[in-house]
Design a protein around this ligand. Structure first.
Ligand SMILES: *Cc1c(COP(=O)(O)O)cnc(C)c1O
Length: 442
């Protein structure tokens, strides 16, 4: 570890001060940030982030779930640099380019061609907007303009633009804007801890039965509701949901922005469902391995054909300036190369190492709901006390761990770089942090 000099501390504090003076940080009440300033990160290498004092932190949340292979990955960097010297960007209206075409073809092939048409966005929320608009517009083009309502699940999260917030049920992000939002139906969500899949499906059936003539689509986060606190459900729920949506002629939108790219053990979480594909599948976050902003909406030929016409207004004219950015597509292709070269097998081994390391926590009376799906592990702290997430986050930093609990739920969603010593380090850092935070709590 680098020496802690007064000089490096001064550099650190200078970036904090200037950041607070100029940047409106995301997901942050700035009045609190003034007392608890952001951590200036100087560089990243593998799973580790380094501050200006040379202190290191294991990035246990993959920088908001985007990083797959670590920071400054040589393979991804080389792909981006090569593209940078060839063609960084060109508009995708009236032009096309190899990285975008290859990426669309490869993702479509991973659905066996079922989702063979790909639209690009710039981030997760824009992919959600695209899917909502495409669903409604495709019904409208088919003479069913009455189908303009959307259904989401309780505590679901789909992003924070006005359209995406309308199908998001997280009060802290949503409440202030509620007067501005389109009304969506919010239905009970499945949660394996509660064993409530049957009533959740019954509630969905009742709603679809009553309103299907007015409903365009149901949007869900397959297998894991991330922002809800890593709430997990079984593939069987999704199999039944797929059948319900088909029965009532309602689109199903699978938001795989967080769970795609191998996070849950298969490339798409949906592969575990063993049912026909959703009508829309959304990707972002991990698709560029945490390097560049990009999102994709994959959809069916049926949806695509609903827009096929000589009439321009029946087309899907949605665009963003950076639609199909070539650098981001090159990064995404390099990510797919890794999966073509056996990444899923490595993920399964790494998930098993995590499970083994954290097994002792199952007997810890201070926690409940220890759960894991692929490279996501979570548990709930029983008597967490007020301000737990922040206290845990700060204490973890002193154990070289960067982690952001959601409420009383502690989760790890690490880069795919876990070996046995790393899994053991993570367990010990989490346990030490727990001991520290809970002994001070009560
Ligand atoms: C992060 C996330 C989004 C929003 O993506 P942004 O890039 O932050 O706009 C949407 N859906 C899910 C499931 C997410 O996890």
């Amino acid at each position: 570890m680098a020496e802690l000099t007064p000089m490096s501390l001064a550099v650190q504090e200078d970036w904090q001060r200037r950041s607070l003076g100029s940047i409106w940080h995301p997901c942050t009440q700035m009045a609190r940030a003034a007392k608890l300033p952001p951590l200036p990160i100087a560089r990243g290498e593998g799973a580790w982030l380094f501050d200006h004092q040379g202190q290191r932190y294991f990035d246990a949340c993959s920088s908001w779930w985007v990083n797959l292979f670590g920071h400054s990955d040589a393979g991804l960097n080389a792909a981006i640099k090569a593209q940078l010297d060839t063609l960084p960007h060109v508009m995708l209206a009236g032009c096309t380019h190899e990285p975008a075409v290859r990426l669309a073809e490869r993702l479509s092939a991973r659905t066996g061609g079922a989702l063979g048409h790909v639209c690009f966005g710039s981030d997760g929320a824009s992919a959600v907007e695209i899917a909502l608009k495409q669903s409604f517009h495709s019904w409208r083009n088919r003479g069913r303009g009455d189908k303009r309502e959307f259904v989401c699940l309780k505590n679901g999260y789909h992003g924070e633009t006005i359209g995406a917030l309308a199908v998001t049920d997280v009060a802290i992000f949503r409440d202030a804007y509620d007067p501005l939002l389109m009304r969506a139906h919010i239905v009970e969500s499945p949660d394996s801890r509660l064993n409530n899949e049957a009533p959740a499906l019954a509630a969905m059936r009742a709603l679809l039965e009553a309103r299907h003539a007015h409903i365009a689509a149901v949007i869900v986060e397959p297998l894991i509701q991330g922002a809800a606190g890593m709430v997990m459900h079984e593939p069987g729920y999704l199999r039944c949901l797929r059948a319900l949506c088909s029965e009532f002629e309602v689109h199903l939108i699978a938001d795989e922005i967080a769970v795609g790219c191998g996070r849950t053990g298969t490339f798409f979480a949906w592969e575990q469902v063993q049912a026909s594909w959703p009508d829309f599948l959304l990707m972002s976050k991990g698709i560029t391995g945490g390097t560049l902003a990009l999102s994709l909406v994959l959809t069916t030929d049926e949806v695509y054909q609903a827009f096929w016409s000589e009439d321009v207004s029946r087309g899907f004219l949605h665009s963003h300036s950076y639609t199909g950015n070539a650098l981001a597509c090159a990064a995404a292709n390099a990510v797919l190369d890794r999966f073509d070269a056996g990444q899923l097998a490595r993920n399964r081994e790494q998930a098993a190492l995590l499970a083994e390391a954290f097994e002792p926590l199952a007997d810890d009376a201070r926690i409940a709901g220890l759960r894991q799906r692929g490279m996501v592990l979570a548990f709930d702290v029983i008597d967490a006390g007020a301000g737990f997430a922040e206290r845990f986050h700060l204490a973890a930093r002193t154990h070289e761990l960067l982690i952001r609990p959601i409420g009383h739920t502690v989760y790890l969603m690490p880069p795919y770089l876990i070996d046995a010593p790393t899994a053991q380090f993570l367990f010990e850092a989490v346990r030490a942090t727990l001991n520290e935070v809970l002994s001070h709590a009560n």
